[in-house]
Design a protein around this ligand. Structure first.
Ligand code: SF4
Length: 363
């Protein structure tokens, strides 16, 4: 049963130095064509299921102007929603206006995810972002004032020349925003990005670990629940949409470069704007074998700090989780832990999670 939708809006007002997402410079003429094609893609695929989560990401959805956003919300009327659905939209501080926010609120948006990244101008410049922290504070206030209290902010760390003291300041400033959710990302430098072309290097792994540790200690000490390797939420504010991914559940992905998972098929849309505008949406699709499905279930599920519920796992896949791969050995070695209900990665091994998850790739 599918009850989630991701929609990609691939337009931005500027291109950040680290950006590895499918995106293009905002252009009004192209946006209107894009929305037309998006509508057709949704009409072709959507089967009328009742949705529990809708996530509009990018790119920068808030780079669209009021008229385009109105058109986007008109398209969303195709969907049917559950009464308490979670509706998230990504925004950047510099192009989020009161008028746009009002439109979001009136159209059912109840969760905002803002690309804040850092509170220091030096870092923001390095990342190629076009805002400062004063603007962030103003916009977060505006969001709360309009009545949206479920707010995520993204934090990027592990930047060149960033010290632990710098990160500590960032964390203090982020905490002062008093938002319900914080997503953290260790900066990765991809070859085709501006930072990659400039041959910038990632920081040393030891420092990266110390930063990760500082983040989790600081945020958990200040009332946030560490519920996924990189995500922290106040109680009850875990991202329902992202949990769909980590729970290996089905979801539609619409838009350029979007990924989806339906009826045991994982698919990726084209990243070519020309193809997308011509209605050639799909780039790849792969029907998963039973082994692939189980592999995804473990790799995604163990990203959650609580891990996987043994009973639910059996109910969903008709297999005992302990009989899969080398789960029993990993339990013996203490890399995986177990309580009455769940199996999870030992908290002191979360940082090296990938080296554990590699055990569950293929069979
Ligand atoms: S705003 Fe987001 S999607 Fe756009 S360039 Fe920056 S990081 Fe990439």
């Amino acid at each position: 049963m599918t009850s989630s939708v991701y929609i990609h809006i691939p337009f931005c007002n500027h291109i950040c130095s680290y950006c590895n997402f499918p995106k293009f410079f905002y252009n009004k003429e192209i946006v209107l064509k894009y929305l037309k094609s998006l509508k057709q893609e949704i009409l072709n695929k959507y089967q009328g299921e009742i949705l529990k989560t809708l996530y509009i990401g990018g790119g920068t959805p808030s780079s669209l102007d009021i008229e385009e956003l109105q058109e986007l919300f008109a398209i969303l009327k195709i969907f049917k929603f559950n009464k308490n659905y979670e509706f998230t939209i990504e925004v950047n501080p510099e192009n989020l206006t009161f008028e746009k926010l009002k439109l979001f609120f009136e159209n059912g948006v109840n969760r905002i995810s803002m690309g804040v990244e850092s509170s220091k101008n030096k870092n923001l410049e390095y990342l190629g972002r076009h805002h400062d922290f004063n603007l962030v504070k103003k916009k977060i206030k505006m969001i709360k004032k309009i009545g949206i209290n479920n707010i995520n902010v993204d934090l990027i760390y592990a930047l060149k020349k960033q010290s632990l003291e710098d990160l500590k300041n960032d964390l203090i400033n982020f905490l002062s925003l008093d938002v319900s959710h914080i997503s953290t990302y260790s900066l990765e430098i991809y070859p085709h990005t501006i930072l990659g072309i400039k041959k910038e290097q990632a920081i040393l792994e030891d420092l990266d670990f110390c930063m990760y540790d500082l983040i989790r200690k600081t945020l958990t000490k200040n009332g946030y629940l560490h519920y996924e390797i990189s995500n922290f939420a106040k109680k009850g504010y875990e991202a329902k949409h992202n949990l769909v991914y980590w729970n290996n559940d089905y979801y539609y992905g619409f838009g350029l470069g979007a990924a989806g998972y339906l009826n045991n098929i994982r698919y990726n849309n084209t990243t070519s704007l020309k193809n997308y505008l011509n209605g050639n949406y799909l780039e790849t699709e792969e029907r998963l074998s039973q082994n692939d499905i189980l592999s995804y279930a473990l790799i995604l599920g163990f990203r959650k700090i609580a891990g996987l519920n043994k009973k639910d796992f059996f109910k969903k896949y008709q297999v005992n989780i302990k009989d899969l791969y080398n789960v029993k050995d990993l339990l013996k070695q203490g890399l995986l832990k177990e309580n009455n209900t769940n199996i999870y990665i030992s908290y002191d091994r979360i940082y090296v999670e990938n080296s554990i998850l590699i055990n569950f790739v293929g069979e």
